[in-house]
Design a protein around this ligand. Structure first.
Ligand code: MG
Length: 422
């Protein structure tokens, strides 16, 4: 860099100067004016305000603008005008606001916004509906941990109301614990993640299949064709509650399918029902550059088909053995059980070149727990209580695309991704 070039304050080595010590746009003793405009939104408000301020040669320190149901709140933090002109500026801004049928408030002070506290987190709340009572309780829980709410922003109004709180001044882990308790009491879904650049970094999402990506348990679809549906469903339920070793239960259930004609595989594939929002979730993630995989305690005979149909990057499951056109009642190859799912998440992450901290795992059963805990963000999706309690976060609305909001992706971004060319 040549000596004549100005040095960016943030370019000094990070070890020497913590980010919060980077000088603000104005020093703390410089007089500033906070100009707030409120009223019916219409074209020309922002241009009009800054045109009015321009006559006083003030500098802009900060701007925030929000429009809610047609009403605009525009806040401008500007440096004070030349001595003697503040009264004139105030009168001119008020008269401009009046001519626009807006309300104006001008508050004198010094410096920029107070620096945000250390420890930054993003809290996403999903409500269906989101009640005032829940919002009050969540805000109180945040405050209770010593956190400060810096910003609140609606991510989506459909199919649930999703709101994001930017919080500083408290540890993400402490916030997660406090809010998990509040969320369980209130019946809303709350996710807490550390704020930072990594949230926007390319990631990998790995999903369970049965009762997560799809509404069915695949082995029960096979069992229906073998006439042993009830027997299999009973063993599945016990395994998912964590009462039975998964591998034993897998072998016991698959044994009941012995002798079934292999043509049943095609029938089962056509019977599989995707979870509402599954296509939207996968399509949006793919268009935003995420890699997406599935791991299943079910069968490759179905997951390979899903990989093809949905354009998944990774898929792994158990494989039903088929000999002479019949199911043998055995599985072959690597067993995908609870430990296997976590192992596959690590393998997919390494193949995708994504650090484990930037992975998201989604699942509903006890056999998903190791995978959910190994991932950067583990999401229990309409999960059994044992899973819900142990996971980072839980989604209890039956729409898989709501997981996008936990990643900070807005409904508008989802819809914009939909209009992109393939
Ligand atoms: Mg499942």
């Amino acid at each position: 860099m040549s000596a004549s070039q100005p040095q960016h304050p943030a370019d000094v080595p990070a070890d020497d100067v913590p980010a919060d010590d980077v000088p603000a746009a104005v020093s703390s003793d410089v007089p500033t004016l906070l100009v707030k405009i409120f009223g019916k939104d219409r074209p020309g408000i922002t241009a009009g305000l800054f045109d009015t301020l321009a006559a006083y040669s003030v500098d802009v320190v900060d701007i925030e603008q929000v429009v809610t149901r047609g009403r605009i709140v525009l806040c401008a933090l500007v440096t004070e005008p030349r001595t003697g002109l503040e009264g004139d500026l105030r009168a001119t801004v008020h008269s401009w606001a009046e001519s626009m049928k807006m309300q104006a408030e001008i508050i004198s002070g010094t410096g920029d916004n107070r620096p945000r506290g250390v420890g930054r987190s993003l809290v996403t709340v999903l409500g269906h509906p989101l009640t005032a009572e829940s919002t009050a309780a969540i805000a109180a829980s945040i405050t209770g941990t010593g956190g400060n709410i810096d910003r609140i922003f609606r991510l989506a109004k459909y199919p649930v109301t999703a709101v994001e709180f930017a919080v500083s001044g408290t540890e993400t882990e402490a916030l997660r614990t406090a809010l998990a308790i509040a969320a369980a009491k209130l019946g809303v879904d709350v996710a807490v993640v550390a704020a930072g650049l990594h949230r926007r970094a390319q990631r990998l999402v790995v999903m369970d299949v049965d009762s997560t990506l799809i509404q069915d348990e695949v082995i029960e679809l096979f069992a229906a064709h073998a006439g042993c549906e009830d027997e299999v469903a009973e063993v599945t339920a016990a395994a998912m509650r964590g009462e039975l070793d998964f591998e034993q239960s897998l072998h016991a259930r698959v044994a009941l399918l012995e002798g079934l004609d292999a043509s049943v595989v095609d029938k089962v594939r056509s019977e599989v029902r995707l979870t509402p929002g599954a296509r939207t979730l996968i399509r949006t993630l793919k268009r935003l550059g995420y890699q997406v995989g599935v791991v299943s305690g079910g069968f490759t005979q179905v997951t390979d088909d899903l990989r093809e149909r949905l354009g998944l990057d990774f898929a792994q499951a158990n494989t039903l053995e088929i000999v002479d056109g019949k199911l043998t009642g055995r599985v072959v190859g690597e067993i995908v059980d609870r430990a296997g799912k976590a192992r596959l998440l690590r393998r997919f992450a390494s193949q995708a070149g994504v650090p484990l901290a930037q992975t998201v795992a989604i699942g509903d059963g006890a056999n998903d727990l190791d995978m959910l805990n190994a991932a950067g963000l583990g999401v229990a999706f309409n999960a059994k209580p044992v899973v819900r309690e142990a996971a980072h976060t839980a989604v209890n609305v039956p729409f898989l695309d709501t997981v996008l909001y936990l990643l900070g992706i807005t409904r508008e971004e989802v819809e914009a991704a939909d209009t992109q060319e393939d």
